[in-house]
Design a protein around this ligand. Structure first.
Ligand code: HSE
Length: 306
């Protein structure tokens, strides 16, 4: 095989209480990429459609992660990358991770799969670091593994796959403003209150337990972030009204997707997820800010060859 086309999915990081460790994979939003082997060694980005991003491999997240893989694999060939970017950069649903993870996933396929998913996550983190200024894997891991993931540690990298309750759907609203991850990280406090830390790690533990036991009521109680959301929600216009209207419409929980501005909810069943989409639309339509809304099943497969 000399060429491959893949779907590289959008993802939701943090999932309220799990800042930098939890994430899940979406199935209705994502980029497409075409990767092809070349005789000439190196990484060559030959086409980018959708958004204006750098072509130099060293400056492009897909290029940086691919170069990290190449440095380790030292293959006797190079690769051309075409990126059909559908996920808007800075939207909060893992745009840079989709590029960073997509290139290494596709190259690994073309090389006959020498690396496992954890190793691919490690290479992709190098690209993510270029975009966000820090190496974290809470978007990359769900893009590569699918479903819900928990990054137990980055050094050494250890990713845990968490079971997805089968009726779980996400509704995402993307207000068309840009929030840079590096800026959303810079406003966070360096020290946190012990009582808040206790609440937060109890929520992470109970959320993971809820996923293992299909306990939607416990899942709902656990989707609560007392550490990051109070700071970042100020960057997202009308966050509080979207949250309260979504919960009234039946969502199990609502929070900031990654570093924002997208807002995610989780619901039991597609019908409720669509009612939540309507409630979000009503809450946002008088704000004067353009927005998109998506309803998505949780994508338990992750990357797909198309
Ligand atoms: N965990 C990261 C953050 C996700 O919230 O800053 C965005 O890269």
């Amino acid at each position: 095989m000399n060429e491959i086309k893949i779907f590289s999915p959008a993802t939701v990081a943090n999932v309220s209480c799990g800042f930098d460790v939890l994430g899940f994979c979406l199935d209705s939003i994502g980029d497409e990429m075409v990767i092809r082997k070349t005789d000439k060694k190196g990484i060559f980005i030959t086409k980018i459609e959708g958004y204006d991003l750098p072509y130099e491999a060293e400056k492009n997240v897909a290029g940086v992660s691919a170069l990290a893989l190449m440095e380790d694999a030292k293959p006797d060939c190079g690769f051309e990358i075409e990126i059909y970017k559908k996920i808007k950069p800075g939207s909060g649903v893992g745009s840079s991770s989709a590029s960073a993870a997509g290139s290494v996933y596709a190259i690994n396929e073309l090389l006959g799969r020498p690396y496992d998913k954890t190793q691919l996550t490690h290479f992709a983190m190098k690209g993510e670091a270029l975009a966000s200024g820090s190496e974290h894997a809470d978007n990359i891991a769900p893009a590569i593994f699918g479903g819900f993931t928990l990054v137990k540690s980055c050094t050494p990298l250890k990713v845990l796959e968490i079971p997805t309750p089968s009726s779980l759907y996400a509704t995402i609203i993307h207000p068309e403003i840009e929030i840079k991850t590096s800026e959303a990280r810079a406003i966070l406090p360096k020290d946190i209150n012990l009582q808040n830390a206790i609440t937060q790690w109890a929520n992470v533990g109970s959320l993971v337990h809820a996923m293992h036991t299909d306990d939607y009521a416990l899942l709902s109680e656990s989707l609560n972030d007392v550490i990051v959301e109070p700071h970042r929600s100020q960057l997202i216009p009308h966050f509080d009204s979207v949250k309260s209207e979504s919960l009234k419409a039946g969502a199990l929980g609502c929070g900031i997707s990654g570093s924002g501005p997208s807002i995610f909810t989780l619901s039991k069943g597609k019908d409720i997820a669509e009612l939540v989409a309507e409630a979000m639309k009503t809450a946002y339509s008088s704000t004067g800010i353009n927005f998109n809304i998506y309803v998505s099943k949780i994508n338990t497969q992750g990357m797909q060859v198309i």
